[in-house]
Design a binder for this molecule. Structure first.
Ligand SMILES: *Cc1c(COP(=O)(O)O)cnc(C)c1O
Length: 372
């Protein structure tokens, strides 16, 4: 049986055309017309003033921290339940991460835990310089509550929307709320450039600056002159050509991902110990990954191993950062929600290119794993 992946790239058919055009026109460089075009497409879609295309989502978070002048004296609050790339750039800047627990509804940053952490850090005179909020698996975080706290304490938000392209909170797209938003176009994401990311903001001057920093911070001079530390973080025009083709089918891809979720939820509705995450009334999730929680003494590991044996890839929910060996010495504010989610959750095959046969095969084997 052919392998069923958790989330694999899904071509639209136009990628070859656009990438060939990029190559034939000799725009094979980390700049060019497709980079400009894709930047405009993202700004228009997400509703921000400007976007810089970068080599990865991780690079985008790193540049956001640079643009907010985070240094080794600073603290940065970060959602604990996330992929490590949300937090790693804090360490690149030798700043100190403080991890914040999740709430049970969206699995994202818990406003109560955030408030506790802010109060405590205000008391010791060490308020954070930024708050990194994640929309995990495409589900929007509780932005109203988080924004109101961030505003009360005067702290900018970096919105990690790497998994949430096209997701909406109330009337606005994820990635448009923070001082900076970031997207990822890694191979496993909802749309891909094979590898890449974007930094989004309504502060156009900051995005112009990010392009400067991302292309080695070359001062205007005939020779190479540098008065600031630069990075080689720009996206290639060939990658952006692939990205333009992918963005054209974004809405179809979201529909397919959401249909996967509905399929799993319906097909597994007889098993009362399985819980699927509800979409809050005011939120629209792209359902990048379909995840399920196991209740009442049932654990996902038996199912995961059983599916693995049958060549189907599933994965536990992301392991919280405050439990990771590299991060466990840093502070954490919370009450064990993210840890509980980690032990109880399983991400199911979620690609927009899954066939109905593949989904049926997956569901049949999940059911069999319970009787084994
Ligand atoms: C994928 C991902 C990133 C990193 O994006 P890359 O483009 O792979 O560097 C950051 N945060 C989250 C939540 C992600 O899922």
């Amino acid at each position: 049986m052919e392998k069923i992946w958790l989330s694999s790239p899904h071509m639209s058919g136009k990628e070859v055309l656009y990438a060939t055009d990029a190559i034939e026109s000799n725009w094979v460089a980390p700049l060019g017309p497709y980079v400009n075009k894709m930047e405009r497409m993202i700004s228009e879609k997400i509703g921000v003033n400007d976007t810089a295309l970068l080599s990865s989502g991780t690079a985008a978070i790193h540049l956001a921290l640079r643009l907010l002048h985070i240094t080794q004296e600073d603290f940065v609050f970060c959602q604990s339940l996330t992929f490590s790339a949300s937090a790693n750039p804090i360490i690149y800047e030798n700043a100190t991460p403080v991890f914040i627990d999740s709430e049970v509804e969206t699995w994202n940053m818990c406003p109560e835990a955030l408030e506790t952490a802010l109060k405590k850090h205000q008391k010791i005179g060490k308020l954070p310089k930024a708050i990194i909020v994640v929309h995990l698996y495409g589900m929007p975080a509780k932005m109203d509550e988080i924004i109101s706290l961030a505003e009360r304490y005067g702290i900018p938000i970096i919105e990690d929307a790497a998994e949430a392209i096209g997701s909406k909170y109330k009337t606005d797209y994820c990635g448009s709320f923070g001082a900076f938003g970031i997207l990822s176009f890694n191979g496993n994401k909802l749309i891909t450039t094979s590898g890449g990311g974007a930094l989004l903001s309504n502060n156009q001057a900051a995005i112009v600056k990010s392009r400067f920093l991302a292309s080695q911070a070359k001062d205007p001079a005939p020779h190479y002159e540098h008065s600031e530390l630069g990075f080689n973080y720009r996206m290639s025009n060939v990658s952006a050509a692939i990205g333009c083709a992918q963005l054209e089918v974004l809405e179809e891809r979201i529909k397919a991902r959401r249909a996967n979720f509905e399929f799993y939820k319906n097909e597994l509705s007889d098993f009362s110990f399985l819980k699927f995450q509800k979409e809050p009334k005011h939120s629209f999730s792209n359902r990048w990954l379909s995840c399920v929680l196991f209740e009442k003494g049932n654990t996902p590991e038996t199912t995961r191993l059983y599916l693995e044996k049958h060549n189907i890839e599933t994965r536990p929910l992301w392991k919280p950062m405050h439990l990771q060996p590299i991060y466990k010495s840093f502070s954490f504010f919370g009450s064990g929600i993210s840890e509980d989610l980690f032990y109880r959750g399983l991400c199911l095959p979620s690609g927009s290119n899954l066939s109905i046969e593949e989904k049926v095969r997956t569901v049949d084997l999940i059911k069999k794993s319970f009787s084994n």
